[in-house]
Write a protein that binds this ligand. Structure first.
Ligand SMILES: Cc1ncc(COP(=O)(O)O)c(C=O)c1O
Length: 446
């Protein structure tokens, strides 16, 4: 029998709440005053210094996730999906760790190029690439461009002044049963060419006719928040089948297979996440079986994780603005909401939240955390256990907010976007400053 069995009140009383390493950066601790620290910096001090809301990003966690991918997939190319979060410094960290980078606009490309010297490690995506962006990409020498429509083929051929490597995006008809907005592997959606279709054959034929386009492989991206590695095994089998069909029809042997991203992370304790070792085994087994079956040589594999690299490195800080008890429900309103975290409204995502500025020891209450924006749906989290004596001015921290938060943020209601503050080894520094009212007005030309 343990002390907790004898004194169950210790669980919610005098003990520090558990900060699950599946959800928080691994360098998350409590300081002697009971305040939460990330990367050696107290979150309450960051809230004081930089204001709130603020995105905190743990550099060590981002780097460690890059290394975990490289350890699990030593023979594969790991391409970070910049759409999850891209700043010049994040691009630098990713580059230092030996990853390549996937961008999907001239904006992301320019951000990357301002800290990267080698555009050959950049790959351009997008189901709708404006002509000017294709031109920018070709002119600056991006390594690979993923073709997503027949229209792009003659445009690219007209632009390329040297051989341009391209991949063809295929939808492999794999349904991962996620939110409709992220089921990108099925054929009935806007991305890519349906597997086995005449459209694929037509696209290949048109590409190989262009002397300056070099078709090196196929690409697929089957969805988001996928925790069952089996789906990737299936993707490998189907994609190798498609590569073998292309070989039979056109006599070309494609050497690259890019399996996209979509690996799940835990947003709350107990959420399923992708196990990289299992994923590596399943991809390997799928390759062995499919290549043997079709008599096709093993291609070079690429993976494009975004969320799984940066999500857990991010923590968002808010100040509590007010606490209201309405019809038996407690609303804790904070100074951010749907514009810094649109994932709740977009995807029905669920988050945890804790008090960061002190070690709460007394009784708890169950609360709904409401955002400040003028939408009834602006709710950040529900059924959150918080100290019953919570007061306006205290700091709440929401973990696992490094991916698709800053990159999806808006300035709704005329509120500027939060800064990104990096932490590492006890130091903090601003990577992106807060968007001010002057910034917003600067765009309004009257
Ligand atoms: C083509 C492509 N690759 C990679 C990703 C990254 O996905 P995730 O961040 O879920 O790993 C996305 C996300 O939408 C994508 O569209």
């Amino acid at each position: 029998m343990t002390l907790l069995d004898i004194f169950p009140s210790l669980r919610s009383g005098g003990m520090l709440p558990r900060l699950d390493p599946a959800v928080w950066p691994r360098e998350t601790h409590y300081d002697p005053d009971g305040r939460i620290t990330v990367g050696g910096v107290a979150l309450a001090d960051i809230a004081d210094q930089y204001g709130t809301p603020t995105y905190v990003l743990d550099e060590g966690e981002v780097r460690e996730r890059c290394r975990a991918y490289r350890r699990a997939f030593p023979d594969a190319e790991i391409i970070y999906a910049g759409k999850a979060l891209l700043t010049r410094t994040v691009a630098e960290w990713i580059g230092d760790e030996g990853l390549s980078l996937d961008v999907c606009s001239a904006g992301e490309l320019t951000t990357a190029l301002s800290s990267w010297t080698d555009p050959r490690r950049i790959i351009l995506h997008g189901n709708g690439k404006p002509f000017a962006e294709l031109e920018t990409a070709v002119n600056c020498g991006v390594g690979r461009i993923v073709i997503d429509s027949l229209t792009e083929i003659p445009l690219l051929a007209a632009l390329a002044t040297r051989p341009q490597q391209v991949l063809l995006r295929i939808s492999p008809d794999i349904d991962v049963h996620g939110h409709p907005a992220v089921r990108t592997g099925v054929t009935d959606q806007k991305f890519g060419f349906p597997i086995g279709s005449d459209l694929v054959a037509e696209a290949v034929e048109r590409i190989v006719r262009q002397f300056n386009l070099d078709l090196i492989g196929l690409h697929c991206h089957i969805g988001s928040q996928i925790y069952d590695p089996f789906h990737y095994g299936e993707a490998v089998r189907r994609m190798i089948g498609e590569m073998a069909r292309i070989q039979a029809a056109f006599g070309i042997t494609l050497g690259d297979l890019d399996l996209g991203g979509g690996h799940a992370v835990a947003y709350r304790s107990g959420d399923a996440e992708m196990n990289l070792a299992e994923l590596a085994d399943i991809i390997d087994d799928g390759l062995d079986a499919a290549c043997a079956r079709h008599g096709f040589p093993r291609p070079k594999i690429a993976l494009e994780p975004g969320r799984a690299i940066v999500a857990r490195a991010g923590v968002t800080l808010y100040h509590v603005l007010s606490i209201k008890h309405i019809e038996g429900r407690t609303f804790v309103t904070v100074d951010g909401g749907m514009s810094d975290n649109p994932r709740v409204a977009l995807y029905g995502a669920h988050y945890e939240a804790v008090v960061a500025n002190r070690h709460p020891t007394g009784p708890q209450m169950t609360a709904t955390i409401a955002g400040r924006y003028c939408e009834a749906g602006d709710i950040l989290a529900t059924d959150i256990r918080l100290p019953a004596d919570l007061r306006p001015g205290e700091v709440l921290a929401v973990p696992c907010t490094g991916a698709y938060h800053h990159s999806l943020a808006s300035s709704y209601n005329g509120v500027g976007r939060p800064p990104i503050v990096a932490v590492n080894d006890g130091q903090s520094r601003e990577l992106v400053r807060r968007e001010t009212i002057a910034d917003l007005l600067a765009r309004d030309v009257g």
